[in-house]
Design a protein around this ligand. Structure first.
Ligand code: 13P
Length: 268
């Protein structure tokens, strides 16, 4: 049975002011208080609400991440936020290459690779996002697109880094649409991602390290569909948008992650 981490991450996107972030973060922290066998729980607020979220999860096992970051430590890059600024706040996770960054803000496979290297250098746990558009899926390109995104993200990344990298498969057509990717299909694509990683590190004799990489599914995950997803062997957790914005929807997702942790412990 898997020894991989189970992760339930909530990407708040451009929602939640500082005050709203404080309320949601404290409700999540209160909801997991005293619980055992929790998955890794990560809240990912917009930059301006990160500090507020961090202050309100203090003393709890809940981690806080950022939705993006520049790869340079400082400089004349108006509008950007650096890894140093994030780690100073106590941020421990960072999303890299979310499809909304790729679609609307010019993120490319090359800049994803730069950001991944910077995250590793600054000891932030990267969640690298990949996934095909509806057009690509309908043209039968899902596997090749996802493989290319994974290979480009991991270019020149040393094998040891596989111990900390997380990859999320988020098909663009499933994000915010209510159309969840069927669990079998999400499991199949994540299996392809794992095989791609194994292949990339085969030459240096490290292909088995791919087994340790937590793989998440994202796209319209809700309390009503998460259990089916989490029952699949390749799905180690969820990256959640809409359903992470209310504690009463996010806490049941954490519960589903907790069930997966308990199930895996009982099978050891
Ligand atoms: P939804 O859960 O709202 O579909 O968003 C998924 C997502 O993009 C998380 O990063």
């Amino acid at each position: 049975m898997t020894k991989r981490k189970t992760i339930i991450a909530g990407n708040w996107k451009m929602f939640k002011t500082r005050k709203e972030a404080a309320e949601l973060a404290s409700a999540v922290a209160a909801g997991v208080k005293g619980e055992k066998d929790l998955p890794e729980v990560v809240l990912i607020p917009p930059f301006t609400s990160i500090e507020s979220a961090i202050n309100n999860v203090k003393g709890s096992p809940v981690a806080v991440g950022a939705q993006n970051m520049d790869w340079r430590e400082n400089g004349a890059f108006t509008g950007e936020v650096s890894p140093v600024m994030l780690t100073e706040l106590g941020v421990t996770y960072v999303l890299i290459g979310h499809s909304e960054r790729r679609q609307f803000f010019g993120e490319t496979n090359g800049t994803v690779n730069n950001r991944l290297k910077a995250a590793l250098e600054h000891k932030l746990t990267p969640i690298v996002c990949v996934g095909e558009t509806l057009d690509e899926r309908e043209s039968g390109l899902t596997d090749s697109v996802v493989r290319r995104q994974v290979a480009a993200a991991l270019a020149d990344i040393p094998a040891e880094a596989l111990a900390v990298i997380v990859v999320a498969y988020e098909p663009v057509w499933a994000i915010g649409t209510g159309k969840v990717c069927e669990a079998d299909e999400a499991n199949r694509v994540l299996g392809q991602i794992r095989a791609t990683i194994a292949d990339l590190y085969k030459e240096c004799g490290n292909s088995e390290l791919a087994e340790n990489v937590p793989l998440l599914y994202g796209g319209s995950v809700k309390p009503s569909n998460i259990e089916e997803q989490m029952a699949k062997p390749e799905i180690d957790g969820a990256l959640v948008g809409g359903a992470s914005l209310k504690a009463e929807e996010f806490l049941p997702l954490i519960k589903a992650g907790q069930k997966r942790v308990k199930d895996s412990l009982s099978k050891v």
